[in-house]
Design a protein around this ligand. Structure first.
Ligand code: C2E
Ligand code: CA
Ligand code: CA
Length: 616
């Protein structure tokens, strides 16, 4: 397939040709008339009319966005023929004028031929199929003409004509090589030699136009390697590059017929599949091919003695003729690919209505969440934490969002969106401040809880202002003694953020705030970090508690977790306690703090105050 630039370039030359034919035409018609060479005048009259109308129509009918590949090719062939015809017309003038020795017309003939070949090489250099034959059929008659003069200067001129033709050809070839190279670079990826994103978008658009005409179906696969960055970061870019090349080789060796592979950038590749008569078959084939690819890509790679393993996430979008643009189709495949990433990578997902609805819903959530603080829609719930004697010891603060448009939105949903968008920094700060205010109020009212736990998300914790912000809040709301009631709950995943987290934790601990590891046992499952993190408490994840009476190994797990906590001298909180049996097991195994439905759901502030007074 040609690049769009090839067609566009030729398209832009049509008006030039029309102008040339018009002006040279006027000259030839006048000359023909004055010198009684009516046939030339008449010929150019028709040539100009034909070239202009045909040129105009071809120029107008060119619509690269909506033309299928076949119709573009048809257009290209017709335009090429018009160009041949245009230069042939100049040859005809030469043939008519050259024998006219008396009026000096042969000078005009010779000039025409030289001018025409120069124009041909300057105008048409991007296309070898055009300038090569045209130069040949313009220069050859000229050389023959000089040769037939039969004198020594005739031979010299023959030699001159041939040399001139060669120079033009040489120049055009040079420009052509440069033009092709520029287009190649613009349409190909340097590292893998694959087509680039830009070229792929053009290609896909043409393919979609084809499918619209034929009523057939096809698909695109967007392939993103999983954790490729890790390879790059740990082994260096050279190995990363080699791995990408190997991946490309494997995909290329397994491409179905008519499929086309391009690199979108980084570790992202895209493929258009074959065409199918029916949608079901298309879908089946896309799935089959994707799964095949997943398998092929997963086999071990050996690069510079490193044995590498990499999986991929593939998003699929079926190409239909519903007027979506090529770029939108790629976006759909991208959304489907992100679904795979979300669900744990190494898999395939089709873009469908459900996904698109969810993406739209999340987008809407995100927009509304931006205004939630301003509109005062965020508020806090308080879940009591009790000791083994059922006395209220503390509380966990839980965020709530009652949106005017969407109703109650679960924190699992909106906190994760806030994390992804970075909004968590602002929301987290708002939650912190509200919680501080509550604790202060309770202190004044004599609600004397021992601790208040506040969830701090990773992104919020990693924000560079966290220490400053927390210090400012402490200064604003608390007398010294009250600060020691605060516990910040962080998750194990924070360990992945690097070494400075320990420093940050220690800085905040200087304020008197304690730390707890939330959802313990679900994250990094490495013991070394508990030793590293200067925390005071762990919360056994509620899923373990939930499984207590169901699986015997859950009991062992909980037992081990409590043991570990004891080794490191940490307080253990069990959350999600729903049954007496669970509670009894935990008490028996030396757990000291309990939270869950068995005692109380998260409560409003007033409800909590009441609950406290009844259970203090
Ligand atoms: P989490 O920190 O593990 O919070 C405990 C969750 O368990 C709460 O859900 C709570 O309502 C629920 N829960 C407590 N007892 C029981 C029980 O007996 N059974 C069951 N099934 N569930 C129980 P919630 O309020 O929906 O919060 C969900 C998650 O949202 C939290 O999990 C936390 O990760 C996040 N979250 C909530 N509030 C905040 C916040 O202010 N900041 C941040 N960063 N995250 C928050
Ligand atoms: Ca929590
Ligand atoms: Ca938890």
């Amino acid at each position: 397939m040609r690049a769009n630039e090839d067609y566009s370039y030729l398209h832009k030359q049509i008006p030039v040709m029309m102008v040339l034919s018009l002006f040279s035409g006027l000259a030839y018609i006048a000359l023909g008339w004055i010198n009684d060479i009516y046939i030339a005048a008449l010929f150019w009259y028709f040539a100009v009319v034909l070239i202009s109308t045909r040129g105009y129509l071809l120029y107008k009918s060119f619509d690269i966005k909506n033309m299928s590949e076949a119709s573009l090719k048809g257009w290209y062939d017709k335009t090429r023929i018009l160009f041949y015809f245009f230069f042939l017309a100049w040859l005809v003038i030469f043939l008519i004028y050259a024998p006219e020795s008396d009026s000096g017309m042969h000078y005009i003939a010779i000039f025409t031929e030289i001018g025409a070949s120069t124009v041909a090489s300057a105008l048409l250099f991007p296309d070898k199929k055009l300038y090569k034959p045209i130069l040949l059929f313009l220069i050859t008659p000229l050389a023959i003409y000089f040769f037939m003069v039969g004198t020594w200067y005739g031979y010299v001129l023959t030699f001159f004509a041939v040399t001139f033709g060669w120079v033009l050809l040489y120049a055009a070839n040079g420009s052509n090589a440069l033009f092709s190279k520029t287009i190649f670079q613009a349409t190909h990826d340097f590292l893998t030699g694959l087509y680039s994103r830009q070229y792929f978008v053009e290609y896909l658009q043409k393919k979609m136009n084809n499918l619209k005409q034929s009523g057939e179906f096809s698909y695109i696969l967007l392939i993103d390697l999983d954790y490729f960055k890790t390879v790059n970061d740990s082994l260096g870019h050279d190995i990363g590059d080699r791995l990408l090349q190997e991946v490309v080789k494997r995909i290329q060796n397994n491409l179905p017929e008519n499929a086309m592979l391009a690199r979108l950038g980084g570790d992202e590749f895209i493929i258009t599949g074959s065409d199918f008569n029916n949608k079901k078959e298309c879908k089946k084939n896309a799935l089959q091919f994707s799964e095949e690819l997943l398998g092929i890509l997963k086999a071990t790679y050996t690069i510079n003695q490193h044995h590498l393993y990499i999986s991929a996430s593939i998003g699929v979008s079926l190409i239909s003729s519903n007027g979506t643009s090529a770029v939108d189709f790629i976006k759909e495949a991208d959304i489907a690919m992100y679904e795979v990433k979300d669900k744990g990578r190494d898999g395939v997902f089709f873009y469908d209505k459900e996904i698109s609805a969810r993406v739209e819903y999340n987008l809407r959530l995100e927009q509304l969440l931006h205004l939630a603080i301003e509109k005062n829609e965020l508020y806090l719930a308080y879940q009591p934490q009790l000791n083994e004697k059922q006395k209220v010891m503390g509380v966990e603060v839980l965020a709530r969002w009652k949106s005017k448009e969407l109703g109650e939105v679960s924190p699992v949903e909106f906190i994760s969106i806030a994390e992804k968008t970075g909004l968590i920094v602002e929301i987290g700060q708002h939650i912190l401040e509200s919680a501080f205010i509550t604790l202060k109020e309770w202190g004044e009212k004599g609600i004397d809880i021992k601790h208040m736990s506040i969830n701090i998300s990773v992104r919020q914790f990693m924000h560079h202002n966290i220490i400053k912000d927390v210090t400012a809040l402490c200064n604003k709301y608390y007398a010294a003694g009250m600060k020691s009631k605060l516990i910040f709950e962080i998750t194990e995943s924070i360990v992945a953020e690097g070494d400075n987290i320990v420093e940050t934790i220690n800085e905040i601990k200087k304020l008197g705030i304690r730390f707890s590891i939330d959802d313990f046992g679900t994250g990094y499952s490495s013991l070394s970090y508990i030793r590293k993190l200067p925390v005071d408490e762990i919360k056994i994840d509620r899923h373990f508690i939930n499984e207590l009476s169901k699986y015997s190994n859950a009991e062992e797990m909980v037992d081990i977790i409590i043991h570990i906590a004891n080794i490191f001298n940490l307080v253990v909180v069990a959350e999600g306690v729903e049954t007496r049996a669970q509670q009894d097991f935990l008490i028996e195994h030396d757990c000291k703090v309990f939270q869950g439905g068995l005692y109380s759901q998260p409560l409003s502030k007033d409800e909590f105050e009441k609950f406290y007074l009844e259970n203090k």
